[in-house]
Design a protein around this ligand. Structure first.
Ligand code: GLN
Length: 302
């Protein structure tokens, strides 16, 4: 067994014992997750995989989708036009904050909080909702390396209960920051959050960002290399929400979490790391995932 594989197994064994945290029950379907699920996966930019735990268990990507949709909006509109609509400033506020619109520009502060992500999603080009959804799914396919599907019960569950996100969208509509068709934008946002992946898929997606936008398994380009820096920068400063500063200090890697329990981190030019475990801390970040990356990263030499 390689040293890295042995390290992953020992990290998994250590943190499997910890059962602190809460499931994301504000989306009722996510409350059905098994709190014991726990997987760690590393994919290197030369295509090697190291993994342990429930690596084949699928889960919805949730907010980790924001990273990839931001990349797509950059490709659709270019950096300057996108920056006029969505800022790149960390907030220090929770991901679902209602008040994050800059006083002067009325922009949401950054694309990793819900306000900025809904605005970003509303900018995805396409002739009607089906074409926009298909473009998103096709973009995810390139990162993952196989076709992806939407978890319909999770999508419907969030669509039925996502009143806070509806309020955020209405606020942005009030300030003219998104198009009047907010129901379409919200549906697409809830759909992107409901894309199913497993821990290995997530590590491949992170490794694609580490590999300047080329999927290291399929060798297919998922995003123009020129936009990878933009994506990694907002992940680094805003990806872990109101824990982002402490995360940057402790882990020092661009990362993004989602409320179903995934976290992906990018080691530029080296590897993508993904951890999946659904018990969350007060910031909405996976507790086991944060621990593995905070403490494990000091010894992970990929
Ligand atoms: N779909 C979730 C929401 O909008 C995503 C949140 C997250 O993963 N942090 O609330």
């Amino acid at each position: 067994m390689s040293e890295l594989q042995a390290l992953l197994e020992s990290l998994h064994q250590t943190y499997q014992q910890q059962d602190a945290g809460q499931l994301a029950c504000y989306i009722p379907e996510l409350c059905k997750a098994d709190p014991n699920w726990f997987a760690i996966s590393i994919v290197t930019t030369d295509g090697q995989t190291f993994q342990v735990g429930n690596c084949q268990q699928t889960f919805t990507i949730q907010s980790i989708s924001k990273v990839f949709v931001y990349g797509m909006a950059l490709a659709d509109h270019g950096r300057d036009a996108l920056l006029a609509k969505v800022g790149v400033e960390p907030t220090g506020d929770p991901f679902n904050s209602l008040i994050r619109l800059d006083e002067d520009s009325k922009r949401p502060d950054n694309p990793m909080i819900n306000a900025g992500a809904i605005a970003t999603t509303s900018l995805i080009q396409g002739n009607g909702p089906t074409e926009r959804l298909n473009r998103l799914l096709e973009m995810f396919r390139r990162y993952v390396g196989h076709e992806v599907f939407i978890d319909m019960p999770v999508f419907m569950s969030e669509r039925d209960t996502g009143h806070r996100n509806r309020a955020i969208a209405h606020l942005m509509l009030n300030f003219g920051m998104i198009d009047k068709n907010i129901d379409e934008a919200l549906d697409l946002y809830f759909q992107q959050c409901s894309v199913l992946v497993n821990c290995h898929d997530l590590a491949v997606m992170a490794a694609t960002l580490a590999h300047k936008g080329i999927n290291p398994i399929t060798q297919e380009r998922a995003v123009e290399s020129g936009y990878v820096k933009d994506i990694l920068s907002v992940m680094y400063t805003c990806g872990m929400y109101d824990f982002a500063g402490e995360w940057a200090y402790k882990v020092g890697l661009p990362a993004k979490s989602g409320v179903s329990g995934g976290i992906m981190a990018v080691v530029p030019n080296r590897a993508g790391i993904a951890v999946f475990s659904p018990l969350l801390d007060e910031y909405g970040n996976s507790i086991r995932g944060s621990r593995v990356l905070e403490l494990g990263i000091r010894v992970i030499q990929v």
